[in-house]
Ligand binder design. Structure first.
Ligand SMILES: [Zn+2]
Length: 388
Protein backbone atom coordinates (compact mmCIF):
# COMPACT_ATOMS: atom_id res chain seq x y z
CA UNK A 1 0.00 0.00 0.00
CA UNK A 2 1.24 3.42 -0.94
CA UNK A 3 0.10 5.04 2.30
CA UNK A 4 2.30 2.70 4.39
CA UNK A 5 5.41 4.24 2.92
CA UNK A 6 4.33 7.78 3.77
CA UNK A 7 5.39 9.31 7.04
CA UNK A 8 3.71 12.30 8.63
CA UNK A 9 5.81 14.99 10.20
CA UNK A 10 4.02 17.12 12.76
CA UNK A 11 5.87 20.17 11.46
CA UNK A 12 6.10 19.23 7.77
CA UNK A 13 4.37 20.96 4.89
CA UNK A 14 1.28 18.75 5.26
CA UNK A 15 0.82 19.72 8.90
CA UNK A 16 1.24 23.41 8.03
CA UNK A 17 -1.42 23.07 5.33
CA UNK A 18 -3.81 21.44 7.84
CA UNK A 19 -3.37 24.35 10.25
CA UNK A 20 -4.23 26.83 7.50
CA UNK A 21 -7.13 24.77 6.21
CA UNK A 22 -8.75 24.35 9.62
CA UNK A 23 -8.39 28.08 10.32
CA UNK A 24 -6.19 27.44 13.36
CA UNK A 25 -3.35 29.54 11.90
CA UNK A 26 -3.66 31.52 8.67
CA UNK A 27 -0.73 33.96 8.86
CA UNK A 28 3.04 33.42 9.03
CA UNK A 29 3.11 34.85 12.57
CA UNK A 30 0.29 32.55 13.73
CA UNK A 31 2.00 29.51 12.15
CA UNK A 32 5.26 30.38 13.96
CA UNK A 33 3.40 30.71 17.26
CA UNK A 34 1.47 27.43 16.88
CA UNK A 35 4.35 25.26 15.60
CA UNK A 36 7.33 26.89 17.32
CA UNK A 37 9.17 26.83 13.98
CA UNK A 38 11.39 29.70 12.84
CA UNK A 39 10.28 32.27 10.29
CA UNK A 40 12.67 30.83 7.69
CA UNK A 41 11.43 27.23 8.16
CA UNK A 42 7.80 28.33 7.92
CA UNK A 43 8.76 30.34 4.83
CA UNK A 44 10.32 27.27 3.18
CA UNK A 45 7.27 25.10 3.90
CA UNK A 46 4.89 27.76 2.60
CA UNK A 47 6.96 28.28 -0.55
CA UNK A 48 6.63 24.58 -1.32
CA UNK A 49 2.88 24.56 -0.61
CA UNK A 50 2.30 27.65 -2.77
CA UNK A 51 4.51 26.27 -5.55
CA UNK A 52 2.58 22.97 -5.52
CA UNK A 53 -0.64 25.00 -5.90
CA UNK A 54 -2.20 24.06 -2.54
CA UNK A 55 -2.15 27.50 -0.94
CA UNK A 56 -2.51 31.08 -2.05
CA UNK A 57 -1.69 34.38 -0.37
CA UNK A 58 -4.45 36.89 0.09
CA UNK A 59 -4.52 40.35 1.57
CA UNK A 60 -6.83 40.81 4.54
CA UNK A 61 -7.53 43.32 7.26
CA UNK A 62 -9.88 41.15 9.30
CA UNK A 63 -7.43 40.07 12.00
CA UNK A 64 -5.94 43.50 12.65
CA UNK A 65 -8.73 45.85 11.64
CA UNK A 66 -5.98 48.20 10.46
CA UNK A 67 -3.47 47.87 7.67
CA UNK A 68 -3.73 44.83 5.40
CA UNK A 69 -1.79 41.70 6.35
CA UNK A 70 -0.91 38.72 4.22
CA UNK A 71 -2.98 35.66 5.04
CA UNK A 72 -3.01 32.16 3.60
CA UNK A 73 -5.87 30.09 2.32
CA UNK A 74 -6.46 26.89 0.39
CA UNK A 75 -6.28 27.70 -3.31
CA UNK A 76 -9.73 27.21 -4.86
CA UNK A 77 -8.07 26.92 -8.27
CA UNK A 78 -5.93 23.95 -7.20
CA UNK A 79 -8.32 21.85 -9.26
CA UNK A 80 -11.86 20.67 -9.91
CA UNK A 81 -13.93 18.06 -8.08
CA UNK A 82 -16.78 15.92 -9.38
CA UNK A 83 -19.47 14.83 -6.95
CA UNK A 84 -22.49 12.53 -7.14
CA UNK A 85 -25.08 12.12 -4.40
CA UNK A 86 -27.15 9.04 -5.22
CA UNK A 87 -30.38 8.39 -3.32
CA UNK A 88 -32.96 5.63 -3.61
CA UNK A 89 -35.05 7.48 -6.19
CA UNK A 90 -32.71 9.98 -7.82
CA UNK A 91 -29.26 11.53 -7.88
CA UNK A 92 -27.52 14.91 -8.03
CA UNK A 93 -24.18 15.56 -9.68
CA UNK A 94 -21.97 18.63 -9.49
CA UNK A 95 -18.64 20.07 -10.48
CA UNK A 96 -16.98 22.36 -7.92
CA UNK A 97 -13.77 24.28 -7.45
CA UNK A 98 -11.32 22.94 -4.86
CA UNK A 99 -13.01 24.82 -2.00
CA UNK A 100 -16.46 23.46 -2.82
CA UNK A 101 -17.95 26.36 -4.77
CA UNK A 102 -20.65 24.75 -6.90
CA UNK A 103 -19.95 25.59 -10.56
CA UNK A 104 -22.86 23.52 -11.88
CA UNK A 105 -25.39 21.16 -10.29
CA UNK A 106 -27.74 18.78 -12.08
CA UNK A 107 -30.37 16.38 -10.71
CA UNK A 108 -32.33 13.47 -12.18
CA UNK A 109 -34.84 10.95 -10.93
CA UNK A 110 -33.73 7.34 -11.22
CA UNK A 111 -34.53 4.25 -9.14
CA UNK A 112 -31.50 2.74 -7.42
CA UNK A 113 -32.89 -0.67 -8.41
CA UNK A 114 -31.96 0.11 -12.05
CA UNK A 115 -28.54 -1.21 -11.00
CA UNK A 116 -24.97 0.09 -11.02
CA UNK A 117 -24.31 -0.15 -14.77
CA UNK A 118 -27.32 1.99 -15.75
CA UNK A 119 -26.91 4.60 -13.01
CA UNK A 120 -23.13 4.91 -13.07
CA UNK A 121 -23.04 5.07 -16.90
CA UNK A 122 -25.45 8.00 -16.79
CA UNK A 123 -23.38 9.68 -14.07
CA UNK A 124 -20.19 9.16 -16.11
CA UNK A 125 -21.81 10.86 -19.11
CA UNK A 126 -22.93 13.78 -16.96
CA UNK A 127 -19.49 14.04 -15.32
CA UNK A 128 -17.84 14.35 -18.74
CA UNK A 129 -20.36 17.01 -19.80
CA UNK A 130 -19.89 18.99 -16.58
CA UNK A 131 -16.11 19.00 -17.03
CA UNK A 132 -16.40 20.02 -20.68
CA UNK A 133 -18.35 23.12 -19.71
CA UNK A 134 -15.67 24.38 -17.29
CA UNK A 135 -12.94 26.67 -18.64
CA UNK A 136 -10.29 24.45 -17.00
CA UNK A 137 -11.46 21.18 -18.55
CA UNK A 138 -10.77 17.57 -17.73
CA UNK A 139 -7.06 17.97 -16.98
CA UNK A 140 -7.91 20.08 -13.91
CA UNK A 141 -9.89 17.26 -12.27
CA UNK A 142 -8.38 16.24 -8.89
CA UNK A 143 -10.88 13.81 -7.39
CA UNK A 144 -14.36 12.29 -7.38
CA UNK A 145 -16.69 11.85 -4.39
CA UNK A 146 -19.77 9.63 -4.47
CA UNK A 147 -22.56 9.05 -1.93
CA UNK A 148 -24.64 5.88 -2.18
CA UNK A 149 -27.73 4.79 -0.22
CA UNK A 150 -26.21 1.69 1.38
CA UNK A 151 -23.51 0.63 3.87
CA UNK A 152 -19.97 1.18 2.56
CA UNK A 153 -17.08 -1.09 3.48
CA UNK A 154 -14.23 1.36 3.80
CA UNK A 155 -11.52 -1.28 3.77
CA UNK A 156 -12.59 -2.93 0.52
CA UNK A 157 -14.13 0.21 -1.00
CA UNK A 158 -17.37 -1.57 -1.87
CA UNK A 159 -21.02 -1.50 -0.96
CA UNK A 160 -21.95 -4.34 1.38
CA UNK A 161 -25.29 -6.12 1.54
CA UNK A 162 -27.40 -3.09 0.68
CA UNK A 163 -30.99 -3.98 1.63
CA UNK A 164 -32.53 -2.09 -1.30
CA UNK A 165 -29.82 -2.19 -3.94
CA UNK A 166 -29.95 -5.38 -5.98
CA UNK A 167 -26.86 -5.77 -8.15
CA UNK A 168 -24.76 -3.33 -6.10
CA UNK A 169 -23.38 -5.80 -3.55
CA UNK A 170 -19.56 -5.68 -3.77
CA UNK A 171 -19.69 -3.70 -7.04
CA UNK A 172 -16.51 -1.63 -7.39
CA UNK A 173 -17.60 1.95 -7.97
CA UNK A 174 -14.02 3.34 -8.07
CA UNK A 175 -13.17 0.60 -10.58
CA UNK A 176 -16.05 1.72 -12.81
CA UNK A 177 -14.70 5.28 -13.09
CA UNK A 178 -10.98 4.40 -13.24
CA UNK A 179 -10.68 4.19 -17.04
CA UNK A 180 -12.25 7.59 -17.75
CA UNK A 181 -11.03 9.56 -14.75
CA UNK A 182 -7.47 8.85 -13.54
CA UNK A 183 -8.02 10.47 -10.11
CA UNK A 184 -8.90 9.16 -6.63
CA UNK A 185 -12.57 8.09 -6.37
CA UNK A 186 -13.92 8.09 -2.83
CA UNK A 187 -17.35 6.98 -1.67
CA UNK A 188 -19.45 6.91 1.44
CA UNK A 189 -23.00 6.33 2.55
CA UNK A 190 -25.32 9.11 1.30
CA UNK A 191 -26.51 10.22 4.74
CA UNK A 192 -22.97 10.15 6.17
CA UNK A 193 -22.03 12.66 3.48
CA UNK A 194 -25.06 14.86 4.26
CA UNK A 195 -23.99 14.92 7.92
CA UNK A 196 -20.39 15.70 6.97
CA UNK A 197 -21.45 18.42 4.51
CA UNK A 198 -23.60 20.27 7.06
CA UNK A 199 -20.90 19.88 9.71
CA UNK A 200 -18.08 21.33 7.59
CA UNK A 201 -19.94 23.97 5.60
CA UNK A 202 -22.77 25.05 7.95
CA UNK A 203 -21.77 24.22 11.54
CA UNK A 204 -17.97 23.79 11.70
CA UNK A 205 -17.93 24.76 15.39
CA UNK A 206 -20.35 21.98 16.38
CA UNK A 207 -18.44 18.74 16.79
CA UNK A 208 -21.39 16.40 17.48
CA UNK A 209 -24.32 16.29 15.14
CA UNK A 210 -26.79 13.84 13.70
CA UNK A 211 -28.42 13.98 10.26
CA UNK A 212 -31.77 12.23 9.91
CA UNK A 213 -32.84 11.60 6.34
CA UNK A 214 -36.51 10.94 5.74
CA UNK A 215 -36.91 9.94 2.12
CA UNK A 216 -37.90 6.72 0.41
CA UNK A 217 -36.11 5.05 3.31
CA UNK A 218 -34.96 6.32 6.70
CA UNK A 219 -31.31 6.64 7.67
CA UNK A 220 -29.00 8.73 9.78
CA UNK A 221 -25.44 10.01 9.61
CA UNK A 222 -23.45 10.51 12.79
CA UNK A 223 -20.67 13.06 13.28
CA UNK A 224 -19.02 12.79 16.71
CA UNK A 225 -15.93 14.77 17.75
CA UNK A 226 -15.94 16.18 14.22
CA UNK A 227 -15.63 12.77 12.52
CA UNK A 228 -18.11 10.53 10.70
CA UNK A 229 -18.89 7.45 12.78
CA UNK A 230 -19.29 4.48 10.45
CA UNK A 231 -19.03 1.61 12.92
CA UNK A 232 -17.07 -1.60 12.38
CA UNK A 233 -18.66 -2.51 9.02
CA UNK A 234 -20.30 0.72 7.90
CA UNK A 235 -23.71 -0.04 9.40
CA UNK A 236 -23.78 2.67 12.11
CA UNK A 237 -26.82 4.95 12.09
CA UNK A 238 -29.08 2.63 10.09
CA UNK A 239 -32.06 3.41 12.31
CA UNK A 240 -34.67 2.76 9.61
CA UNK A 241 -34.26 -0.91 10.45
CA UNK A 242 -34.54 -0.59 14.19
CA UNK A 243 -37.25 -2.81 15.60
CA UNK A 244 -39.93 -0.26 16.29
CA UNK A 245 -43.41 -1.57 15.52
CA UNK A 246 -46.28 0.85 15.58
CA UNK A 247 -47.61 0.05 19.04
CA UNK A 248 -50.83 1.93 18.32
CA UNK A 249 -51.97 -0.57 15.73
CA UNK A 250 -53.23 -3.96 16.75
CA UNK A 251 -52.22 -5.53 13.45
CA UNK A 252 -49.51 -8.18 13.08
CA UNK A 253 -45.95 -6.96 12.54
CA UNK A 254 -45.33 -5.50 9.12
CA UNK A 255 -42.58 -6.98 6.95
CA UNK A 256 -39.84 -4.57 5.92
CA UNK A 257 -38.08 -4.51 2.55
CA UNK A 258 -34.94 -5.69 4.37
CA UNK A 259 -36.78 -8.96 5.12
CA UNK A 260 -37.17 -8.44 8.86
CA UNK A 261 -40.39 -7.60 10.65
CA UNK A 262 -41.34 -4.57 12.69
CA UNK A 263 -38.73 -2.11 11.33
CA UNK A 264 -39.42 1.62 11.64
CA UNK A 265 -39.30 1.84 7.83
CA UNK A 266 -42.12 -0.67 7.42
CA UNK A 267 -44.49 1.81 9.13
CA UNK A 268 -43.19 5.31 8.66
CA UNK A 269 -40.86 5.61 5.67
CA UNK A 270 -41.56 7.14 2.29
CA UNK A 271 -41.88 3.74 0.65
CA UNK A 272 -44.35 2.49 3.31
CA UNK A 273 -46.55 5.57 2.85
CA UNK A 274 -46.30 5.28 -0.95
CA UNK A 275 -47.58 1.70 -0.62
CA UNK A 276 -50.49 2.84 1.54
CA UNK A 277 -51.40 5.71 -0.79
CA UNK A 278 -50.66 3.68 -3.91
CA UNK A 279 -48.40 6.24 -5.54
CA UNK A 280 -45.07 5.61 -7.22
CA UNK A 281 -42.73 8.02 -5.50
CA UNK A 282 -42.38 10.19 -2.43
CA UNK A 283 -42.37 13.24 -4.70
CA UNK A 284 -45.83 12.28 -6.01
CA UNK A 285 -47.06 11.46 -2.52
CA UNK A 286 -46.08 14.88 -1.21
CA UNK A 287 -48.10 16.60 -3.96
CA UNK A 288 -51.14 15.45 -1.96
CA UNK A 289 -49.70 16.39 1.43
CA UNK A 290 -52.38 19.01 2.12
CA UNK A 291 -55.15 16.40 2.08
CA UNK A 292 -56.36 15.97 5.70
CA UNK A 293 -55.96 12.17 5.74
CA UNK A 294 -52.39 12.29 4.45
CA UNK A 295 -51.53 15.27 6.65
CA UNK A 296 -52.62 13.20 9.66
CA UNK A 297 -50.69 10.17 8.44
CA UNK A 298 -47.52 12.24 8.03
CA UNK A 299 -47.92 13.56 11.57
CA UNK A 300 -48.27 9.98 12.85
CA UNK A 301 -45.10 9.07 10.92
CA UNK A 302 -43.37 12.04 12.57
CA UNK A 303 -44.26 10.70 16.02
CA UNK A 304 -42.96 7.27 15.11
CA UNK A 305 -39.71 8.66 13.65
CA UNK A 306 -39.40 10.93 16.70
CA UNK A 307 -39.43 7.89 18.97
CA UNK A 308 -36.46 6.39 17.13
CA UNK A 309 -34.69 9.75 17.02
CA UNK A 310 -35.19 10.20 20.78
CA UNK A 311 -33.36 6.91 21.40
CA UNK A 312 -30.49 8.00 19.16
CA UNK A 313 -30.31 11.34 20.99
CA UNK A 314 -30.27 9.62 24.38
CA UNK A 315 -27.42 7.42 23.18
CA UNK A 316 -25.29 10.06 21.41
CA UNK A 317 -26.19 13.46 22.90
CA UNK A 318 -25.66 15.48 19.70
CA UNK A 319 -25.67 19.29 19.85
CA UNK A 320 -27.74 19.46 16.70
CA UNK A 321 -30.05 17.26 14.67
CA UNK A 322 -30.51 18.14 11.01
CA UNK A 323 -33.49 16.66 9.25
CA UNK A 324 -33.80 16.38 5.50
CA UNK A 325 -35.36 14.28 2.76
CA UNK A 326 -38.37 14.42 0.49
CA UNK A 327 -40.84 13.11 3.07
CA UNK A 328 -40.21 16.05 5.36
CA UNK A 329 -42.82 18.79 5.70
CA UNK A 330 -43.80 21.20 8.48
CA UNK A 331 -46.57 19.08 10.12
CA UNK A 332 -44.29 16.02 10.18
CA UNK A 333 -41.36 18.02 11.58
CA UNK A 334 -43.58 19.55 14.29
CA UNK A 335 -44.75 16.16 15.57
CA UNK A 336 -41.22 14.72 15.30
CA UNK A 337 -39.86 17.60 17.43
CA UNK A 338 -42.65 17.29 19.97
CA UNK A 339 -42.02 13.55 20.35
CA UNK A 340 -38.26 14.03 20.77
CA UNK A 341 -38.75 16.55 23.58
CA UNK A 342 -41.26 14.22 25.24
CA UNK A 343 -39.11 11.08 25.00
CA UNK A 344 -35.50 12.28 25.31
CA UNK A 345 -33.64 13.00 28.53
CA UNK A 346 -33.83 16.56 29.87
CA UNK A 347 -30.07 17.11 29.66
CA UNK A 348 -29.71 15.79 26.11
CA UNK A 349 -32.39 18.21 24.84
CA UNK A 350 -31.47 21.25 26.96
CA UNK A 351 -29.61 23.02 24.15
CA UNK A 352 -30.53 20.69 21.29
CA UNK A 353 -31.44 22.16 17.90
CA UNK A 354 -33.62 20.21 15.47
CA UNK A 355 -33.81 21.96 12.11
CA UNK A 356 -33.66 21.54 8.37
CA UNK A 357 -30.12 22.00 7.11
CA UNK A 358 -29.06 25.20 5.34
CA UNK A 359 -27.51 23.20 2.48
CA UNK A 360 -30.84 21.53 1.64
CA UNK A 361 -30.66 19.00 -1.17
CA UNK A 362 -27.00 19.79 -1.85
CA UNK A 363 -25.79 18.61 1.60
CA UNK A 364 -24.52 15.30 0.22
CA UNK A 365 -22.57 17.06 -2.55
CA UNK A 366 -20.83 19.30 -0.02
CA UNK A 367 -20.07 16.20 2.07
CA UNK A 368 -18.43 14.72 -1.01
CA UNK A 369 -16.22 17.82 -1.27
CA UNK A 370 -15.13 17.33 2.35
CA UNK A 371 -14.50 13.59 1.85
CA UNK A 372 -12.32 14.08 -1.24
CA UNK A 373 -10.39 17.13 -0.02
CA UNK A 374 -9.72 15.45 3.36
CA UNK A 375 -8.02 12.70 1.38
CA UNK A 376 -6.18 14.91 -1.12
CA UNK A 377 -4.98 17.31 1.59
CA UNK A 378 -4.07 14.63 4.15
CA UNK A 379 -0.66 15.55 5.63
CA UNK A 380 1.02 12.32 4.50
CA UNK A 381 -0.04 12.78 0.87
CA UNK A 382 0.86 16.49 0.86
CA UNK A 383 4.29 15.80 2.39
CA UNK A 384 4.95 13.14 -0.25
CA UNK A 385 4.03 15.51 -3.10
CA UNK A 386 5.92 18.51 -1.65
CA UNK A 387 9.09 16.44 -1.18
CA UNK A 388 9.10 15.17 -4.73
ZN1 LIG B 1 -35.97 -3.28 7.78
Amino acid sequence: MQSDSLSISSTGAGAILSLVRSGQATTRAALMAVTGLSRSTIGQRLDRLIQAGYLQVISTTISTGGRPVEALQVNPDYGLLLLAAVGASGFRVAVTDFCGRMLEVHSETCAITAGPDVILSRIRTLFLQLLQRTPQGKSALRGIGIGLPGPIDFVHKAIVQPPIMQGWDNFSVPGFFAADFPVPVLMDNDVNLMALGEHRFSYPAEQDLLYLKLGTGIGSGIVMSGKIQRGALGAAGDLGHWFLPDWRSQQPLRTCRCGKQGCLEAYSSGWALCDEWQVESVRMLMLQAEQPALRQRLQAAGVHQGEALAMAINLLNPARVIVGGELLNEPLLASLRETVYLRSGALSTRTLHIDQGPLGENAGLYGGVALVTDYLLSPALVDAICLR
